[in-house]
Design a protein around this ligand. Structure first.
Ligand SMILES: NC(=O)c1ccc[n+]([C@@H]2O[C@H](COP(=O)([O-])OP(=O)(O)OC[C@H]3O[C@@H](n4cnc5c(N)ncnc54)[C@H](OP(=O)(O)O)[C@@H]3O)[C@@H](O)[C@H]2O)c1
Length: 312
């Protein structure tokens, strides 16, 4: 694993004049990422599913008196109509989009839940909606000089399997962790496949992925509540190996901004099986490199969301 020279937020190059969207930036890692990007001069869009949360995050970002700006836009990933409306608003504003970070996610709800589109909650929030969002923002990404798309995946992708026979967990007993792992594997495969397709079609996009190791956020509690047994257990296990949200955000910031970050590459923390430590090139699980599955997943995602990427 390559160690990238103890990279920190001080190494973020100036983002002045660059437009960035960071999904899931109302709290946790996304908020840290959005603050750092605005601090480096970017104009950051904070998509949120509630006005109150969106405005509160913008306020927090602006309190640090960043060189850039932050503004809120409504986006609920459990609704493909909301994704479409968000993208249409942005496209009608006509500004080139330099950076899209697909960071928002949910993890391991207590029971199987369906979105307004009838898909299982984790596969839609974590993969299908970001896929549709990226596709619909392509006109703006392609207007930018050096557009980048960064997907936030997870160590959990290692346990993932894309089950095309039951992507939605309808036919089997619901396994929330396996569903999360599938969605995070899908994130990583989407990232690699986006780079392949960008190269093949001349879209000019740098697509890469990152993961935070294990970082202190309310990711699981947000789905299950603070009192849940699994939340308590993960907090205990996490206390043995986790790192701060600030450190957990570094691989994403590196992937999204470093001039040295490479296309089609996955970044994460270096130490203790990638759970913490300085930014390094991470190891994608073998199944994430299966090109045939990646193509099939892309086709399935287009079919399910009814959103296609441009062919040229
Ligand atoms: N923390 C870790 O240890 C860890 C480990 C591996 C990977 N990750 C990944 O890191 C990323 C960030 O996670 P985090 O730990 O920072 O979690 P978090 O604090 O729970 O943040 C998740 C973000 O996603 C947003 N979100 C959830 N559902 C949404 C929806 N339907 N529409 C729009 N936004 C939605 C949340 O918005 P609300 O404020 O409205 O809920 C929140 O801003 C995720 O991709 C996660 O899989 C985290």
């Amino acid at each position: 694993m390559d160690l990238i020279n103890k990279w920190t937020t001080r190494d973020i190059p100036s983002q002045r004049g660059r437009l960035a969207i960071v999904t899931g930036s109302t709290q946790g890692l996304g908020l840290v990422v959005a603050k750092a990007l605005a601090g480096a001069g970017a104009d950051v869009i904070v998509p949120a599913r509630s006005n109150t949360k969106g405005e509160a995050a913008v306020q927090q970002i602006m309190q640090s008196r960043p060189a850039g700006t932050a503004r809120y836009e409504l986006l609920d990933l459990t609704s493909l109509a909301s994704v479409r409306d968000f993208a249409q608003r942005l496209v009608s504003q006509g500004k080139p989009l330099d950076l899209l970070i697909n960071n928002a996610a949910v993890m391991a709800p207590k029971e199987r839940q369906e979105t307004r589109d009838g898909f299982e909650l984790q596969i839609q929030t974590n993969h299908l909606a970001p896929f549709a969002l990226t596709a619909q923002l392509m006109p703006l990404l392609r207007m930018a000089t050096a557009p980048r798309v960064t997907q936030v995946s997870s160590i959990a992708h290692r346990d993932g399997k894309i089950d095309f026979d039951d992507l939605q967990w309808k036919a089997r007993k619901y396994n929330a962790m396996a569903s999360y792992a599938q969605s995070k594997l899908a994130d990583l495969m989407f990232s690699f496949e986006l780079q392949h397709r960008s190269d093949a079609n001349g879209w000019g996009i740098l697509s890469n992925a990152a993961h935070p190791g294990i970082a202190v956020t309310d990711l699981v509690a947000n789905s299950r509540g603070q009192d849940d047994m699994m939340v308590r257990m993960m907090k205990f296990l996490g206390s043995l190996m986790r790192q701060s949200a600030e450190d957990g955000a570094l691989p994403t910031l590196y992937a999204a901004t470093s001039p040295d970050a490479r296309p089609g590459t996955y970044y994460g923390p270096k130490n203790r099986m990638e759970t913490r430590g300085p930014v390094a090139v991470a190891k994608p699980a073998k199944q994430s490199l299966d090109l045939a599955v990646a193509k099939k997943l892309w086709d399935a995602s287009e079919e399910l969301t009814k959103i296609s990427f441009p062919t040229r």
